[in-house]
Design a protein around this ligand. Structure first.
Ligand SMILES: Nc1ncnc2c1ncn2[C@@H]1O[C@H](COP(=O)(O)OP(=O)(O)O)[C@@H](O)[C@H]1O
Ligand SMILES: [Mg+2]
Length: 353
């Protein structure tokens, strides 16, 4: 959740300085998050035609953090209805199970949703009914006819989502659903999701790295029918991005002043460069730095602690390469062009736009 930094004890006598660990609780509602939340606020509403929405961006930009924030915000805004109807779950977050080398497991996917809708679900369902070997605990092809078992899980999910009044299903790591599929099956996989959304009157928000967008765009039909939002990094060649990134560094800096004083700002440019402008990567680097300082004798700031925490040149090169490739694919696909309105003649014979 995007919330204020860890609250401190109120008694100054007992006030302990925050630790590296407390950075975990600091979720900055930075410019990109605010913009994406506002876009989603416009796009997600009962009766919307956009049954599938997609958010994609580079690794470490903060996509999973956004996904949790979207769900929590939805729960907060429905607090009143939830207090009247305790069974209501307006938004659900799940991470798509990784398919590894095999095909995507819809059984596992549906059972994950059911667990969110009812934590008791896993205990109530006979484990064999969704393909788990009772002795080894590993996924197996169910003994029942697979179609039947899958169909009953699907029905249970549809019923569950409707019964819980779920309006939004957020699926993180959504590329797992389509990664191993052929172009032909791609549309079938996504139609399965679309029909799930339609059957329950819910919207589905798919979240993933650029490969999700690249996979989706293999099908022209899908990319035409899906609304895409770009969770972009802060670029160094845009002054407004630089300012926004700097403001994030400032927030991290003021969370642990006893560890680094105002030394982080002095390295703002290097941090922007090394993190490729991704706030999640910045958070990970500063968390490592803070821990290194804490574990050092005397616990005082050193540039070495920061240097040790940066991405290596190889990591940086690979993330930057992936990000630039992703941007090249996504940005042109998002351009919108409103042709100029035709000039109309006024009663005085003049033309207006
Ligand atoms: N806005 C933010 N403020 C503070 N920390 C953040 C923020 N966004 C991400 N992080 C932290 O950065 C790390 C990576 O973020 P995550 O959301 O998992 O990125 P992604 O899913 O894009 O790879 C997480 O530990 C997360 O808590
Ligand atoms: Mg993630």
């Amino acid at each position: 959740m995007i919330k204020a930094p860890h609250s401190e004890p109120t008694d100054p006598q007992q006030a302990l300085p925050p630790t590296a660990q407390s950075l975990r609780n600091l979720k900055i509602k930075h410019t990109r998050i605010a913009h994406l939340m506002s876009d989603l606020h416009t796009l997600v509403y009962p009766g919307s035609q956009d049954s599938l929405l997609l958010v994609c961006g580079p690794t470490g930009v903060g996509k999973s953090t956004l996904a949790h924030y979207v769900v929590e915000t939805s729960l907060q805004s429905n607090e009143e209805q939830m207090s009247v109807n305790a069974g209501l779950i307006p938004a659900v977050y799940i991470e798509a199970p990784s398919s590894g080398e095999n095909e995507f497991s819809w059984r596992l996917f549906y059972s994950k949703i059911l667990t969110q809708l009812d934590p008791e679900f896993m205990h109530q369902m006979p484990r064999a009914s969704f393909g788990i070997d009772i002795e080894s605990g590993r996924m197996v092809r169910p003994r029942t006819s697979s179609g039947q078992s899958l169909a009953s899980l699907r029905t249970a999910v549809e019923r569950g989502l409707r019964a819980r009044g779920t309006q939004l299903l957020v699926i993180d790591e959504a590329a797992h659903i389509i990664r191993q599929t052929s172009a032909r099956r791609l549309e079938i996989q996504l139609d399965t999701l679309k029909s799930l959304a339609n059957a329950c009157g819910a919207q589905i928000l798919l979240i993933g790295a650029y490969d999700l967008y690249q996979l989706m765009s293999l099908s022209g039909q899908l990319s035409r029918r899906t609304h895409v939002l770009h969770f972009e990094r802060y670029r160094q060649d845009r002054p407004e991005d630089e300012r926004a990134f700097l403001s994030c560094i400032r927030k991290f800096q003021s969370a642990l002043p006893h560890l680094w004083g105002d030394n982080l700002l002095a390295h703002a440019e290097a941090l922007h460069e090394n993190t490729v402008g991704c706030v999640g990567t910045l958070s990970a680097i500063l968390m490592r730095t803070a821990r290194l300082i804490e574990n050092k004798e005397g616990g005082s700031w050193s540039v070495d602690a920061l240097r040790h925490s940066l991405l290596t040149d190889a990591q940086h090169k690979s993330i930057l390469g992936e990000t630039l490739d992703g941007e090249i694919t996504v940005i042109p696909g998002l351009l919108r062009n409103l042709p100029k309105a035709p000039r109309r003649s006024t009663s005085q014979g003049r033309y207006v736009a």
